[in-house]
Design a protein around this ligand. Structure first.
Ligand code: PGA
Ligand code: ZN
Length: 426
């Protein structure tokens, strides 16, 4: 049973405060987790609690969230069994009582929810992926490695927030990570040879200022070949334009291309790119309120390219249901802190899987050493994860955790590879 719940303010990978929560059980088990934070957040995400005190961390302190954990959540959870996640999470939701978690804050709620899951798993002597996914959990996800950062994660880079390597042709997770890391290093050489800077953005990808958005795809293609891989077959490409961030009054402003596009022209732009480059995943290609546009792009490109809703769905069943009903997207991004509790995260993911939607488990641009999302991806057997570049401690922590899980599963481990992408199945 839960005996102590504590919280403290730590720093995330951008140097801003975030929440760490520890839960102790009567049997002596202690589990500690940390909550991540986004920069290009969706409008309908659950709200994180930030102090707003301009004298501390530009208002981003989380001392109120700590008070909510120790003053409100701790007394309610103390004495409860940690291993009844649905009761724990129902308790947290009832304590909060608001649709977007603005009373306690999604950071306080997720910290408590996740710490309970970790404590319960440890107390039962099982790994988190097994605790959440049961005996069925055995699929190692294809990593989507974000090697060029732009948008809100690197203001001098591309308008497009993420250019990702997807090593679909690798035989194992371990090899996929090697394919990706080698290509990342080749990309650094390609950029260096071209006289471009090789400094990195929030997620560890390079962030040079190139002459057009397509130029970023060209350097990736060169890097894949320079590293000795076949583009498309061994390493495909995924994009997250995070289009909400460059959409204003229904027009898309691409500064790198000096162009302003309507929704129809934006769809043509992506269609052209998917013809010219081996792109197999496209996340948030349009703005978060452009449901009609999402319907159009899904019916036009959805068979060749996975269309993922991130800001559109915000890991929320209500928005996902609307997407399923109207034919928007073929997959969903899964970010626990967008919705707040582990139970809701699992429910949304399973609802997507039942509807034939892909699930892509995701980190945030502001991260910590917490590796829970690696376990979550295996628990869901969903076959896809994005956790940034194969560089920077907070990013590789997730990939390294997957290496451990792959090794622990031994012969039972299955690498998702091409099977994670229906359009690549023969
Ligand atoms: P964020 O970006 O964590 O800054 O929201 C990640 C994403 O858009 O997928
Ligand atoms: Zn996104």
């Amino acid at each position: 049973r839960i005996s102590v719940v504590t919280a403290q303010e730590i720093l995330d990978s951008r140097g801003y405060p975030t929440l760490e929560v520890s839960i102790g059980l009567g049997d002596g088990t202690v589990a500690t987790v940390a909550v991540p934070a986004g920069a290009s957040t969706g409008k309908h995400e659950a709200r994180e609690s930030r102090d707003g005190d301009p004298n501390r961390y530009e208002g981003k302190g989380v001392l109120h969230a700590i008070e909510n954990v120790t003053g409100i959540i701790a007394p309610a959870l103390t004495g409860m069994p940690a291993d009844d996640q649905s009761v724990i999470d129902a308790t947290l939701l009832a304590l909060d009582g608001t649709e977007f978690k603005e009373r306690l804050g999604a950071n306080a709620i997720l910290g408590a929810s996740l710490a309970c899951a970790r404590a319960a798993a440890a107390s039962h002597g099982v790994d988190l992926y097994r605790y959440l996914g049961g005996i069925e959990a055995h699929v190692l996800p294809v990593p989507m490695l974000n090697v060029l950062n732009g948008g809100k994660h690197a203001p001098d880079g591309s308008d497009i927030q993420e250019f990702k390597l997807i090593p679909v042709g690798a035989p194992t997770f371990r090899e996929a990570l090697r394919f990706g890391a080698e290509t990342y290093h080749a990309l650094r050489d390609v950029l260096h040879d071209a006289g471009a800077p090789t400094t990195v953005g929030d997620e560890g990808g390079f962030a040079p200022a190139l002459t057009s958005n397509a130029a970023y795809l060209d350097v990736i293609m060169q890097a894949i070949e320079r590293a000795g891989y076949r583009p498309g077959e061994q390493i495909a490409i995924g994009l997250d334009p995070a289009a909400t961030t460059f959409c204003e009054q229904r027009f898309y402003h691409l500064q790198r291309d000096a162009r302003t596009l309507s929704t129809g022209e934006m769809i043509d732009y992506w269609a052209d790119w998917t013809r010219r480059y081996p792109i197999i995943s496209l996340e948030d290609p349009l703005a978060e309120d452009d449901w009609d546009g999402f319907q159009r792009i899904t019916s036009r490109l959805g068979k060749q390219v996975q269309i993922i809703g991130d800001d559109l769905f915000v890991t929320n069943r209500k928005f996902l249901q609307r997407g399923i009903d109207t034919g928007c997207c073929t997959g969903i991004l899964i970010k626990p802190n967008q919705i707040g509790t582990i139970s809701e995260t699992l429910e949304t993911a399973r609802m997507a899987q039942r509807a034939g939607y892909a699930c892509l488990v995701s980190h945030r641009s502001g991260e910590t050493q917490d590796t829970s999302i690696a376990d979550l991806a295996v628990a869901l057997n969903c076959g896809q994860i994005k956790a940034g570049a194969p560089a920077r401690g907070e990013r590789v922590a997730k990939y390294n955790r997957l290496l451990h899980i792959e090794r622990a599963l031994g012969e039972n481990a299955v690498f998702a590879g091409k099977t994670a992408f229906p359009q690549l199945r023969q």
